[in-house]
Design a protein around this ligand. Sequence first.
Ligand SMILES: Cc1cc2nc3c(=O)[nH]c(=O)nc-3n(C[C@H](O)[C@H](O)[C@H](O)COP(=O)(O)OP(=O)(O)OC[C@H]3O[C@@H](n4cnc5c(N)ncnc54)[C@H](O)[C@@H]3O)c2cc1C
Ligand code: SF4
Length: 465
Amino acid sequence: MEIKKVPMRKRGLKERVRSFSEVALGYTEEEAVEEASRCLNCRRPSCVKGCPVEIDIPGFIKKIKEKNFLEAARIIKENNPLPAVCGRVCPQEDQCEKSCILARKGEAVAIGRLERFVADYEAKERKLSSTSDNHSSSGKKVAVIGSGPASLVCASELSRKGYSVTIFESLHEPGGVLVYGIPEFRMPKSIVKREIDYIKSLGVRIITNFFVGKTATIDELMKREGYEAVFIGTGAGLPRFMHIPGENLLGIYSANEFLTRINLMKAFLFPEYDTPVKIGERVGVIGGGNVAMDSARAALRAGAKKVTILYRRTKKEMPARIEEIENAEEEGIEFRFLVAPVEYIGDEEDWVREARLIRMRLGEPDSSGRRRPIPIEGSEFKIPLDVVIIAIGQSPSPLIARTTPGLKIDSRRGTLIVDENTGQTTREGIFAGGDVTTGAATVISAAGAGKRAARSIDYYLKNKM
Ligand SMILES: Cc1cc2nc3c(=O)[nH]c(=O)nc-3n(C[C@H](O)[C@H](O)[C@H](O)COP(=O)(O)OP(=O)(O)OC[C@H]3O[C@@H](n4cnc5c(N)ncnc54)[C@H](O)[C@@H]3O)c2cc1C
Ligand code: SF4
């Protein structure tokens, strides 16, 4: 038996650093069958325990072995309406694949790549596989706020249980971070659209350009529009800053703003598209997570000559997916570890021209379990930069909590307070999940929370007096 995963083909380096086309190319049928054959079809599959949406992993992999790819897709969609998305961006190395029995002695089965293969195969065949739920309507209305993975999974589960579900999204396109955050070269927008179309085909209605808290409040939706339960999946879209001198200079973006300009407004095609984004020759990206990797790689594709990631810990502590760190390295992104900016210095027109950095050393582990970075006194130095992208984390917007009496938030983190198992907030009939309750996390943890909340909403509505 093979110890290693069947490798996945990637677009050639020369082509990919100047193009926003997807880098990973997926498996062929033969590669998928070969990889699926490594699965032992365990009687007590540990991989399923590592999957927040409880996909029948050995079940779908067995169908791939038998070349019944459409049945494999049907099995996945019983539990996950976003297989092409999750197969591409989920950190399987920390979830299902981490728990796969093969990971004890070699490489786990490439569950994510197989999930992606099946989803893409089904789309190519243009056959939407149906799920086994009954679609009869209970007549009860549920409002779902936001359209990221937490909301999409919650909405599809509820629709399959027979509720009349409407998603309210503030932006002009649904999909949350999947469309405005993760760039095209990792998450093609046509694929997100395809999976959202599938969710709509289950009966979910999506209303865009509807800012809950401004266009209407949650109480107005419940009292005036007759929604009997609400799910809040509004994510964590508020960028964090370091509040250091010079942070307001021109040429300094939050990753959120930079990636939204690139993804939704196609700024890299200015003047063909309206929104400009100044890239300059030397770009510095502050942070070490997926958002930092995406920002750095997007800046390179948008024309930067030299992109440097500046991270205050070492490579070992970086929260980004290993695959994405490797991709960034291959593409020539420079990494400088154990440094942090303390000041930005601008020119006479107030454009950033330099960053003053301080060297760090690692101390004892902090609450995140990673070793705490400690500044080394007297170690400051300057580097020239034309653009800075700050990717040090996001928090939830306070708007919903401010406009919904009785909804409590954790005052330190700004997250909504919920019962972790049910998603129940501090207000009856209102549930929440995803980044708005955890702070910035992952697609699959948001999807899992959406699924748990859907179960609780079903229970609540069936037992409501
Ligand atoms: C650049 C980037 C790269 C990432 N890469 C990965 C990765 O590789 N793997 C991974 O697992 N995770 C990744 N993540 C994290 C992941 O995308 C998030 O954890 C996930 O999308 C959270 O889902 P969510 O449904 O909670 O919220 P979101 O995806 O943030 O969606 C929330 C939605 O709610 C809408 N909204 C907000 N307020 C309102 C309102 N008042 N009314 C109506 N609508 C509202 C927003 O417009 C948005 O569409 C990445 C995140 C970013 C930013
Ligand atoms: S634990 Fe690994 S080998 Fe066992 S069923 Fe799951 S994927 Fe297959």
